[in-house]
Write a protein that binds this ligand. Structure first.
Ligand code: NAD
Length: 737
């Protein structure tokens, strides 16, 4: 029998080597067709007396990424349609659908023939769950091999037996940690945990897997053996009595109960370990069905899985513009940002000329990359040769003439219009006619800067976030005259350096900083009202934000906030800012010299390491403090999220952001907007425009007009619309990748 996605070769010892290699895909994933074919392969190998055992591996450099996006997405569509057709039975049908993968893997492990998974590359999610159903697991020790059950990161959990097999192979604490964090394991760690049997050199992988079968691997899983004992003794032991209260406590501390998928992992393991294996799988199936009906899972999968991939693959790239092959990129300004931009560009394989005012400054910029490379080699993320090759791609220079053959030049010089004008002119004097000029400005509108350019259609904003090496987002900003070629080139560049782009129209603060400053300004309001600073920070974390607003302001620098407020007053007048905010910030910066982390004094104090930062006690003296008992933490949480979401809605209404996927992904990658919501607009869609408008009205009555819902939101509330419905990203002119 032949298959589309698998190849089978049976050797003289009767071992069938099943190679998973999907045509036209760079990575294997579970699709309907793959499941059907795997089912048939189990039947075929089980029925064939000549087959003594099966080794399953991948024909690609990775093993598999797990379930296919469209398959998970289709479960949501299925559920929505079924609910309309047959509400009473909708959940039941979803339950059956969810159980298919579980059933398939159970069939594999009870087929009576020994199966070994030969993990040749990264093995994620459903693919590792399949491997866990195999009787033997051998992994290659290649550096690229990562093993993980990362489902929790997109709001679900390992629902194809993962929550039951992992804690039957390793101790409960490690099992819970692996699944609730979704973190990756090296093959060595997986072996130490008992999740793989052997780790071998890549060229010995198949041989080792076959040897397990030849050496008499039993086609029975430990949990199907009589007298099976759980590692660590199961639930009713003194060790468990210590573990479980702590496990719930830790999960609460890390997630504040915001992630139903993570909580479900604890429930599956706790309940599942007390019953026979098949019943345990049913328990998992029930929780999985429940989780698939949550708004959190729906929104997280959409933003963090589907949209992120689509944007990464160039969903917003103008059609018909040929791919830009960048043979060289120029970076002007080798300071804090420029040095890092040079590093990520070189890491993306593109040669860089790094220019500053003099050679010493340019070389200092390259030193930054040398430090990063050294660190990466030390951590085993780069080999010595890779590190050297990366560094050889960065050429420091003080001569603009060296930019002659650059296809793209990014400026990251001082945030000063005159300095930038000077740089634009110098660069344009040497670069080729069709080369693109990009500015990394964080506050100056691109259209204004482009007035200094002789070719504004080839002028664009590429806004990086600090630390550039870690932040996955880049904001691409279109000036009024930016053309399609510049946009395509910017997106091709962002793809080459493996970051996720969002494309926004020009405005003060662009998208991300507009939202971020709303968040910070709400904290100023709270401080002024007398909310204890610690409550502000804690409420933000409870709402799901990774960093409190005061801490964030310290990171971006309080004097930068002051500069931005002053610039707004200068350009737009007093009404553009809240004068109470101005007074607070002037006091912090001018009177108290508290500028943030950079001078070791901000809303926080920064004692010498290893001591940790703590809120500056003097902050409480600035305003009469309210009694903490009288403050509703729930309202603080709402204020912090709603003020950001409202700003995001304004950017859509003003045409700054045009695609809801970008608002959502940008908010999560840019400033960590409560990921369980799926992002700023999914947060509104998730509760419904009507409920959101009501919440805004209530907050406006109690906390100020900046909470007033916008005309667009009111209209959407009346019509029962969502952002994804009204601004359908898959509608006219925009296509899913
Ligand atoms: P920085 O002061 O660390 O670096 C600026 C560099 O530009 C310096 O090395 C300086 O010598 C060089 N420079 C100045 N004039 C020059 C000229 N005429 N020719 C060549 N080099 C020149 O500043 P930074 O924090 O890296 O910011 C640079 C730009 O990036 C600014 O526009 C800023 O708004 C933007 N930005 C900064 C951040 C951030 O977090 N710091 C984030 C996003 C964007």
């Amino acid at each position: 029998m032949s298959y589309t996605n698998f190849k089978i070769e049976t050797d003289a010892d009767g071992i069938a080597l099943v190679t998973w290699d999907m045509p036209d895909k760079s990575m294997n994933v579970f699709t309907e067709e793959v499941m059907k074919e795997l089912d048939a392969i189990i039947d075929q190998t089980t029925a064939d007396p000549a087959v003594k055992g099966v080794v399953i591996t991948s024909g690609k450099s990775s093993f598999s990424g797990g379930a296919d996006l469209s398959m998970i997405k289709s479960m949501f569509t299925f559920q929505a349609e079924e609910r309309k057709k047959d509400p009473d039975n909708a959940a039941r049908k979803l339950f059956d659908l969810v159980g298919r993968m579980t059933g398939l893997f159970r069939k594999l492990e009870t087929s009576g023939k020994p199966w070994v998974s030969a993990i040749n590359g990264t093995c994620m999610g459903g693919a590792f769950e399949m491997s866990l159903a195999c009787h033997g697991r051998v992994a290659s020790n290649a550096k690229s091999v990562k093993i993980a059950l990362p489902e929790v990161k997109v709001g679900i959990f390992p629902g194809a037996g993962g929550t039951q097999r992992v804690p039957r192979l390793t101790n409960t604490q490690d099992a819970l940690q692996m699944m609730t964090t979704g973190s990756s394991l090296t093959p060595a760690r997986a072996k130490a945990m008992g999740l793989v049997h052997e780790v071998v050199d890549p060229d010995k992988l198949i041989e080792a897997a076959k040897a397990m079968i030849k050496n008499g691997l039993k086609p029975v899983q430990p949990w199907d053996e009589k007298g099976f004992k759980l590692p660590g003794g199961g639930i009713w032991t003194p060790a468990s009595a210590q573990l479980w209260p702590a496990a719930s406590g830790i999960l609460r501390r890390e997630t504040y109960g915001n992630y139903p998928g993570a909580i479900a992992i604890l429930k599956c393991v706790y309940e599942g370990l007390q019953v026979p294996f098949d019943t345990a799988l049913k328990i998992e199936q029930r929780y999985f069905t429940e989780i698939l009906q949550t708004t959190e899972a729906f929104s997280m999968i959409r933003s963090l899985f589907v949209s992120m991939q689509e944007l990464g693959k160039g969903a917003r790239r103008p059609a018909g513009v040929p791919k830009t092959e960048l043979k060289k990129v120029g970076v002007v300004g080798a300071g804090f940002m420029g040095a890092s931009i040079a590093y990520v560009t070189a890491a993306g394989g593109i040669p860089v000329t790094l220019i500053d005012r003099d050679m010493e400054a340019a070389e200092k910029g390259k030193t930054h990359s040398e430090g990063l490379v050294k660190d990466a080699i030390g951590k085993g993320r780069l080999t010595k040769e890779e590190g050297e090759a990366l560094l050889s791609r960065i050429t420091p220079s003080a001569d603009y003439g060296d930019l002659r053959d650059a296809g793209l030049v990014i400026e990251a010089v001082f945030e000063d219009r005159q300095v930038k004008k000077d740089v634009i002119e110098k660069v344009e004097a040497v670069i080729a006619e069709d080369a693109i000029f990009a500015s990394n400005t964080s506050t100056l509108p691109i259209t204004g800067l482009a007035r200094n350019s002789k070719r504004p259609d080839r002028f664009i904003g590429i806004h990086f976030f600090s630390p550039v090496e870690k932040m996955m987002l880049t904001e691409v900003i279109l000036g009024k005259e930016t053309g399609d070629r510049a946009l395509a080139a910017a997106l091709d560049y962002v793809a080459a350096i493996r970051k996720t782009p969002i494309v926004v129209n020009d405005t003060r603060g662009f998208y991300v900083n507009r939202c971020v400053f709303r968040y910070i300004h709400e904290a100023y309001d709270m401080l002024i009202e007398g909310v204890p600073p610690a409550m502000i920070e804690n409420a933000a974390k409870m709402a799901g934000m990774p960093v409190g607003p005061l801490s964030l302001n310290d990171e971006v620098a309080i004097d930068l906030s002051q500069k931005i407020l002053k610039a707004a007053v200068a350009d737009l007048g007093d009404k553009a800012v809240d004068l109470r905010h101005m007074a607070l910030i002037d006091k912090m910066v001018d009177e108290l010299d508290r500028r943030g982390r950079k001078n070791g004094k901000g809303f926080y104090e920064y004692p010498a390491k290893p001591a940790r930062k703590y809120l500056w006690p003097g902050l409480k003296e600035l305003y009469p403090q309210k009694d903490a008992g009288e403050i509703e933490v729930g309202v603080l949480k709402q204020r912090l999220l709603v003020t950001i979401a409202l700003e995001a809605a304004r950017t859509i209404e003003e045409g700054i952001v045009t695609d809801p996927r970008e608002a959502d992904v940008g908010s999560i990658l840019g400033f960590g907007f409560a990921p369980y919501t799926g992002g700023t607009l999914s947060y509104i869609d998730g509760m419904g425009a009507k409920a959101f408008v009501e919440l805004c009205e209530k907050l406006a009555a109690d906390h100020g007009d900046h909470f007033r819902p916008t005309p667009l939101l009111k209209e959407m509330a009346e019509k029962g619309e969502t952002f994804y419905g009204r601004f359908d990203p898959y509608g006219a002119g925009q296509k899913a990748a």
